[in-house]
Design a protein around this ligand. Structure first.
Ligand SMILES: NC(=O)c1ccc[n+]([C@@H]2O[C@H](COP(=O)([O-])OP(=O)(O)OC[C@H]3O[C@@H](n4cnc5c(N)ncnc54)[C@H](O)[C@@H]3O)[C@@H](O)[C@H]2O)c1
Length: 392
């Protein structure tokens, strides 16, 4: 018999939409969505009405009625919402990034002038507060990093577990032509730019796979030791020539980041994140191991290719994320959410909540990702000098 779990969503935007769709696909648990809470009552009410659920004007009101909350709000609010829910012994499914540094509160805060040592310190203190709230709670924080659950990454997990392979080098990327979010222009709202916004995905997948390797062979995860990074704001360069295909109205964020991670065992990963790439979202990870090599093409991939001679034919057809044109050949995705790992992630989290299965993506992985990202920001400020990753 399926266990019943009462759940709630916090936020009513982009991620709250795909979380809800993934909840509808959960098959192992009887998930009852009770309601939604947002700070924007109009958006929250519209979201609730469309789905036949209740709108809660306060987080407390929602927490009174649910066992689980999906935190689908901007990163700056992840810590207070997650801690409030954990203090009430609820399960938290928290979107990426777990938390971060959101400026010094001054109205003229600008990332280019920010003190990156303070940023690293502050981000780690925030992580620490979340981890402590989880330790005191009967609930748990489940980290919604969908790359961990993407089917290609999970297949690589199986390969590592069954062959005992050693990963020597991972490289990967998340890139496209720029987010549509208005907030995504201000570091004070997002905790940084493309490195934290997009780079967290391939980075966390790389951190995860080295964990899998370590736990399989030695019973303990292999974690990051140091990171070197460069970040750039290409579209803010005076020399940038805007041809109107790439978003370019950023206030203070970087739109390119390259990071080099060294793990505890001396092996390495190189990850790139950028907002300056045309042709649709580009999400991939390559694993070079001592006994195999894997290329995970999350998006685009060639599961389906369509040729469309005229743009207008495909006017009402969604093909693939962030593609600039539907004319000509397209790597059309027949089920993008599936390749991206959203339904698998939510199914797995409800198995943890209802039946106690150990999650693949937890708060410890999230903490390592934040620690690596802010160490990378400090390294970038020092023009790429390696910075030790503090493990919490
Ligand atoms: N995994 C992915 O592929 C993916 C994709 C997009 C966004 N995200 C993550 O999802 C999170 C939300 O991003 P989004 O694109 O959905 O943003 P969004 O702007 O589309 O929606 C944010 C929602 O949160 C609400 N909100 C803001 N502050 C709040 C608060 N303090 N309390 C309650 N509600 C609040 C807003 O009213 C809005 O409904 C971010 O952390 C982002 O990084 C993940």
């Amino acid at each position: 018999m399926k266990k019943a779990v009462r759940t709630g969503v916090v936020g009513a935007g982009f991620s709250a939409t795909f979380h809800y769709e993934a909840i509808l696909k959960v098959y192992g648990t009887d998930v009852q969505v009770i309601g939604v809470h947002t700070i924007d009552a109009q958006g929250g009410q519209a979201y609730a009405q469309k789905r036949g659920i209740r709108f809660f004007p306060t987080l407390e009101g929602l927490l009174d009625e649910v066992d689980v909350v999906h935190v689908c709000t901007p990163p700056v609010s992840h810590e207070p919402i997650s801690v409030a829910a954990l203090e009430r012994d609820k399960y938290v499914i928290c979107e990426k990034p777990l938390t971060g540094y959101f400026g010094d509160g001054s109205p003229d805060f600008h990332w280019d002038r920010a003190d990156m040592e303070a940023a690293l310190r502050s981000a780690l203190e925030s992580v620490q507060r979340i981890l402590e709230a989880e330790r005191r709670s009967q609930g748990r924080l489940l980290y919604a990093e969908n790359w961990v659950y993407a089917p290609s990454i999970q297949k690589e997990r199986e390969i590592l577990e069954k062959t005992g392979g050693q990963i020597l080098w991972i490289h990967g990327e998340e890139a496209h032509s720029g987010s549509h979010s208005v907030d995504y222009a201000y570091a004070a709202r997002c905790g940084g730019g493309v490195l934290i916004g997009k780079g967290c995905h391939p980075l966390t997948a790389a951190l995860y796979l080295k964990r899998v390797e370590g736990r399989t062979r030695d019973g303990r995860p292999i974690r990051p030791r140091s990171v070197s990074a460069r970040t750039h704001a290409i579209t803010r360069l005076p020399a940038f020539r805007d041809a109107d295909h790439i978003r370019s109205n950023y206030y203070d964020i970087e739109d390119f980041a390259a990071i080099h991670v060294e793990f505890e065992d001396g092996t390495i990963a190189d990850l790139i994140a950028s907002d300056i790439v045309l042709g649709g979202i580009h999400n991939w990870l390559e694993v070079c191991a001592n006994n195999h090599r894997t290329i995970c093409n999350i998006n685009p991939n060639t599961a389906m290719l369509t040729y469309n001679p005229k743009e207008e034919y495909f006017r009402d057809i969604y093909t693939v994320e962030k593609i600039g044109t539907k004319q000509g050949w397209t790597c059309t995705s027949p089920d993008e959410d599936w390749f991206t790992g959203y339904p698998q992630e939510i199914e797995a989290f409800y198995r943890t909540i209802a039946y106690g299965d150990e999650p693949e993506s937890d708060s410890s992985l999230a903490a390592d990702a934040i620690s690596t990202i802010y160490s990378a920001y400090l390294s970038a400020r020092r023009q790429g000098t390696a910075v030790e990753v503090k493990l919490l």
